[in-house]
Design a binder for this molecule. Structure first.
Ligand SMILES: [Zn+2]
Length: 55
């Protein structure tokens, strides 16, 4: 299971993004959106990490 506490470093623009600052989007690939969300960089929109947000 991936770590969900961050912070995450954006490979694209180098911004360090705190978990609560990341943009959250639905995952691609049909994962359950109530359990998995994709975190995106608020600065450039690059996908940072897909995290498990369910129980
Ligand atoms: Zn970025």
């Amino acid at each position: 299971m991936p770590a969900t506490d961050g912070p995450f470093e954006c490979d694209s623009c180098g911004t360090t993004v705190a978990f609560e600052d990341a943009r959250r989007t639905k995952t691609m690939g049909g994962l359950d959106p109530t359990k998995w969300q994709t975190l995106c960089c608020p600065n450039c929109g690059t996908r940072l990490q897909t995290v498990y947000v369910g129980d």
